[in-house]
Design a protein around this ligand. Structure first.
Ligand code: PMV
Length: 354
């Protein structure tokens, strides 16, 4: 039989949560204890690009991440592969003379190559972009026709936060009620263009890998933090409503206030966990102080900050001017080494330097 190869490529950006997901009620299906809300970044900066290929000559499923082979034996990859294969359809490529029938997908193996367009060493979350992209690329290859909501629930089974990267713009991951997870899906709150002025600045404080993975951190918090229960039941539901309103109305002050408060509460839960988890370091704390002082001195909120399971600061400015001022201040308080070429020091949109 003539051998052949068929490929598909997808690209997905990472997302930054402004209402954090922290804690699972079901670890197997990855079902959260609260809703979360995020903003998906622009794909030109922090994104994953994944190509998947299928060929009868492939003997097993394999994957390469940034050119290095990684194991696919983990449950998360297997969940995504299984769920997409279940929904695979017939594929025909007349030019190449290829016909794959629905059931053939169970006997065909895939090779997956994924790249991040940002330095992996920067310690920036990449699993959100990675799993969303894997699901998109596999769905494209296998002619899966499911709606984005359903694709998000498959990406969720790779990495919880990945379900939010299925959409651009502002996205809510609704925790859902069903025990099978079928309603724990991402919903787009606003399109990419809705709040175009917002500008995101990420300060890479440390490129070290985090010491406590989000999976074990969440597990420990769910088991030991009383604050987590209070947050999930009492705080998040009203915050979600308020920040949805702020996003709808472009109300930056309200958006920023809730974003900072939610990041701080997430890290408070980490401290409330036994043994305590420290994701932020001294530099992170200094950045918070800097932004808080600036916000107070101006009377209106200039910048929001938020930190995930690591020390790197993600700051959101209402417009380019505020972002440029923020950068000026950051460079003043955290001066780069002498003779540093600032254009190479800054990831992403360099127009901010002008
Ligand atoms: O999807 P995970 O397991 O990488 O968890 C991500 C958790 C946070 O980044 C800390 C918060 C969030 O909502 O993204």
């Amino acid at each position: 039989e003539k051998s052949w190869i068929l490929m598909a490529t997808a690209r997905s950006p990472t997302n930054i949560a402004v209402i954090k997901y922290w804690g699972k009620r079901d670890e197997e299906l990855i079902l959260p204890v609260n809703d979360s809300i995020s903003v998906t970044l622009d794909p030109d900066h922090l994104s994953a690009t994944t190509t998947v290929a299928v060929s009868p000559s492939f003997e097993q499923d394999r994957m390469w991440l940034n050119g290095k082979e990684i194991s696919l034996s983990g449950g998360r990859y297997q969940n995504c592969l299984r769920e997409i294969r279940k929904r695979a359809r017939d594929v025909e490529d007349e030019k190449k003379g290829i016909r794959i029938q629905k059931d053939d997908w169970n006997n065909l193996h895939v090779h997956i190559a994924s790249y991040n367009n940002f330095p992996t060493a920067a310690g920036l979350a990449s699993s959100a972009a990675g799993f969303a992209c894997l699901v998109f690329a596999l769905a494209k290859l296998m002619n899966v026709k499911e709606e984005y909501g359903e694709l998000s629930s498959i990406a969720r089974q790779g990495s919880g936060s990945a379900c939010r990267s299925i959409y651009g713009g502002f996205v809510k991951w609704a925790m859902g009620n069903n025990p099978d997870g079928s309603d724990s899906i991402a919903i787009q709150l606003a399109e990419e263009t809705h709040w175009n002025d917002l500008f995101i600045v990420i300060a890479v404080v440390s490129s070290k890998q985090k010491e406590t993975s989000s999976t074990s951190g969440m597990r420990e918090s769910v088991q030991t933090s009383a604050l987590l229960k209070y947050r999930a039941e009492t705080v998040v539901p009203s915050r979600v409503l308020k920040i949805e309103e702020a996003i709808r109305d472009h109300d930056f002050a309200s958006f920023a206030r809730i974003t900072c408060a939610d990041s701080n509460q997430f890290h408070a839960i980490c401290l409330d966990t036994t043994p305590p988890i420290f994701y932020m370091n001294d530099t992170s704390h200094r950045i918070i102080s800097l932004v808080e002082r600036w916000n107070q001195s101006e009377g209106t909120l200039q910048v929001a900050y938020t930190f995930d399971a690591g020390p790197n600061a993600v700051m959101i400015a209402p417009n380019r001017q505020a972002a440029a001022l923020l950068l000026q201040r950051l460079l003043f308080y955290f001066p780069p080494p002498q003779d540093t070429d600032l254009t190479s020091y800054i990831l992403g949109d360099k127009s901010i330097l002008q």
